[in-house]
Ligand binder design. Structure first.
Ligand SMILES: [Fe+2]
Length: 170
């Protein structure tokens, strides 16, 4: 885990890592739904995954990734990660569209991709970007996604105040 380099203490990276956990949890729901063979439930859970995944990858790409890829040593790797964002979208759409047997494949690809970010790119960013770079990352990264409701007005997620934290408030 990248607790070694402390990159999680960088606000934007901490947020991305917290979002990764949520996306993985939501994907678990989808994989279980797919295994149970309930099409309606698969569509619902896939939609939850998509609503978490797509603003997340967009934020990475327009913020951190665009600043990082200016450094030649990272350009190719960033392009690979962006390609994986697209293929994950395609795979998720396939699952939602009825290819339930591909749900475990999506989960595997997602976990591999997230591992590359959490344990590769983010620690590299912590070591390679300077203060000015991080200011630019902060300035170009869209706000964490606004509250998401389930369509009936029930709050499912709210990221507007940064990553979830579970300690009791005084
Ligand atoms: Fe990510």
């Amino acid at each position: 885990m990248c607790s070694y380099c402390g990159c999680q203490s960088i606000t934007v990276v901490g947020r991305f890592m917290a979002e990764h956990d949520e996306i993985i949890n939501a994907t678990g729901e989808m994989v279980r739904a797919a295994a149970s063979g309930d099409p309606e439930r698969v569509r619902e859970t896939a939609q939850v995954v998509a609503r978490l995944l797509s603003p997340h990858t967009h934020s990475e790409e327009v913020g951190l990734f665009s600043v990082m890829r200016e450094q030649e040593e990272f350009t190719e790797h960033i392009d690979t990660l962006c390609g994986e964002h697209s293929s994950l979208d395609v795979l998720l759409e396939a699952v939602a569209g009825g290819a339930f047997e591909r749900a475990p494949e999506f989960e595997k690809e997602l976990r591999t991709h997230i591992d590359k970010e959490d344990n590769g790119l983010f620690p590299a960013a912590a070591m390679s970007l300077d203060g000015t770079d991080w200011e630019r990352v902060d300035a170009t990264t869209p706000e964490a996604q606004e509250a998401i409701t389930d369509g009936r007005g029930h709050l499912l997620h709210s990221h507007s105040h940064g990553p979830d934290h579970h300690h009791p408030h005084p």
